[in-house]
Design a binder for this molecule. Structure first.
Ligand code: SAM
Length: 560
């Protein structure tokens, strides 16, 4: 691609050190900083990232944090990265393996990886011109590394230069291997002081410089956080906040975790499927990748990545799912539009519908996930403290509709949902994947299928209703006649919280109060992504989601 090289054959690592590390006067610029943010155009193999990571660990203060942001339109496969960087394996130690292990699915959008509490990568698989305007960050240093301007002018645009100005801290530096006149002029016009330095090896010149404008306002930082609510929203916050080195304390009003809507034995995880790449999909898609990485590392949560077939049961879904497969453009095989024969083969039972297939979807045990998430966090049960009693820097409301006690006019409400657990039949036991239609069924988990779910805004109790079992079973048989004859053995009901616009409410509320609520029926993913977003807001770090998704999530959207 672009007929240019990722790095110099004469010594990729030496070139990185010369151009980007020395060119930005690192490590001197971070030795007295508690946080340092690098933003790179062109992640490629991650050579620059691994070099900065290793150097940061060697030279930055022990409690300092490196936030590294990088854009990549054409992500490499992790196995190729491993091969390309093999010559420097000894320099990077286990970091190269760590990168390849955590490397996200090649799907457009923002991906957040927390390698260590002090090394945090925001990897954005997208065209830099599309995604940089969606970034919210305070940048100290720019690595401009996107193939030579003559061969790839798209990487050196006015959009890039203007957004560098928008995101730069006071005295932010930049360095690049090129000395092209257009780049020099673009950066100067935008407000950077530019100088020429000797280029690497045979290259005569390269450019370095400094932002001379006022720079961004410093973000407020919180360290200790009280979390109200011991369901998935609260425990995911506890788990994620610990990863970033924050100090969470959790308060749960009952005597157990997952006492409310997160207390199900078997819950499916699926992104909400939209036709376009929009604020909704740019939240649920990275949440799905985040979920996959996190669930596979959690112990004892009944993680079954059995795959899910989203059945095309009407014309609207036919149009929408075909567009989803095309517009989301996930790596090959990760999102497939199948005909009914292909879908039947994968399901293991006869299906009359086409389907959108996500081979990595599946199920977890939400209640056990709450317990796994809460490990290592100080928890107080049977307690609903008043905000004034809490002595932490910040408070995070993650208690479902309980947020209404503090924010009475937030347009959230509960929706009752009942699921039915059924014993397998000779046909249903062949089912290998989850099936989603207007309801859903799981393959056998712990000897049973779970079939869900009802949606009753008008009911506020959690008694098990025979007519709800009938509703669940009749929706199943309508979509999948082959599964006729299943009988409900027992059920589980809860009140989920949802918002007026059916999107979660995650963000800053007022003063030092934050919230994560209204997760509706995709909560196993949205609670996790929400926790990362809140961690960023609390620590004052770059945001792990594009601006338009953050705006669609914030509680403020209802008050403006
Ligand atoms: N920094 C990389 C490393 O450490 O391996 C090498 C970067 S390589 C010279 C340039 C990278 O920019 C390539 O991986 C290329 O796919 C990416 N790229 C090119 N055009 C882009 C664009 N418009 N938006 C985002 N990335 C782009």
């Amino acid at each position: 691609m672009f007929d240019d090289v990722y790095f110099s054959a004469l010594g990729g690592l030496e070139e990185t050190r010369h151009v980007f590390i020395d060119g930005n006067n690192l490590p001197a610029r971070w030795v007295d900083q508690s946080r340092f943010t690098v933003c790179e155009t062109g992640f490629g193999t991650g050579l620059n990232f691994l070099t900065a990571w290793a150097l940061f660990e060697e030279t930055a203060p022990a409690d300092a944090v490196l936030d590294y942001i990088s854009f990549e339109k054409y992500p490499l496969k992790p196995e190729d990265i491993k091969t390309y960087l093999a010559p420097w394996n000894h320099v990077f130690g286990s970091r190269l393996d760590h990168l390849c292990r955590e490397y996200p699915m090649r799907a457009p959008g923002f991906h957040r990886i927390v390698f260590l509490p002090r090394v945090i990568l925001t990897l954005i698989f997208d065209d830099v011109n599309e995604a940089l305007p969606e970034l919210e960050a305070n940048v100290d240093c720019w690595f401009l590394d996107g193939f030579t301007p003559a061969k790839n002018p798209e990487m050196w645009t006015q959009t890039v230069f203007e957004n560098m100005v928008r995101l730069s801290n006071k005295d932010a530096s930049f360095a690049t291997f090129t000395a092209a006149g257009d780049v020099r002029r673009g950066l100067e016009q935008a407000g950077f002081e530019v100088r020429k330095e000797k280029g690497f090896a045979h290259k005569r010149d390269m450019l370095c410089g400094r932002f001379t404008g006022p720079g961004r306002e410093k973000k407020k930082k919180h360290k200790s956080v009280s979390i109200l609510g011991g369901g998935l929203a609260g425990t995911a916050c506890a788990h994620v906040f610990q990863q970033y080195g924050l100090d969470p304390v959790l308060y749960e009003k009952t005597l157990e975790l997952g006492a409310g809507a997160s207390g199900n034995q078997t819950g499916l995880y699926n992104p909400r499927l939209t036709a376009l790449r929009d604020p909704v999909s740019n939240f649920y898609a990275p949440a799905f990748m985040q979920g996959l990485r996190s669930f596979s590392k959690s112990k004892d949560i009944d993680f079954h990545p059995c795959g899910a077939l989203h059945l095309v049961t009407n014309e609207d879904k036919k149009k929408r799912f075909a567009q989803t497969a095309q517009n989301w453009s996930w790596q090959e095989g990760a999102l497939q539009y199948l005909n009914s024969d292909q879908a039947s083969d994968i399901a293991g039972i006869e299906l009359d519908h086409e389907a959108l297939y996500l081979p990595q979807s599946g199920s977890i045990n939400p209640k056990k996930l709450c317990e796994a998430y809460a490990e290592g966090t100080e928890i107080y049960f049977n307690k609903t403290p008043a905000l004034e009693e809490l002595k932490t820097d910040a408070v995070c409301l993650a208690n479902g509709a309980g947020v209404l006690d503090i924010c009475a006019n937030l347009p959230v409400h509960t929706v009752r949902g009942q699921v039915s657990y059924v014993a397998p039949t000779s046909i249903s036991q062949k089912l290998k994947t989850a099936l989603c239609y207007s309801g859903y069924i799981s393959p056998i988990v712990n000897g049973e299928h779970v079939i869900g779910s009802t949606f009753q805004k008008w009911l506020t109790h959690t008694d098990i209703l025979e007519e709800d079992h009938e509703t669940n079973l009749s929706k199943l048989v309508e979509a999948v006649p082959a599964l006729y004859g299943l009988k409900a053995q027992h059920g589980w009901a809860a009140l989920r919280t949802t918002s007026k616009d059916h999107f979660p409410v995650i963000g800053h509320y007022k003063d030092n109060v934050y919230m994560s609520t209204a997760h509706g029926s995709h909560g196993s993913l949205s609670t996790l992504m929400g926790a990362h977003l809140l961690a960023d807001l609390l620590r004052g770090g770059p945001l792990c989601l594009p601006k338009f998704s953050v705006k669609a999530l914030t509680p403020d959207r209802f008050f403006k």
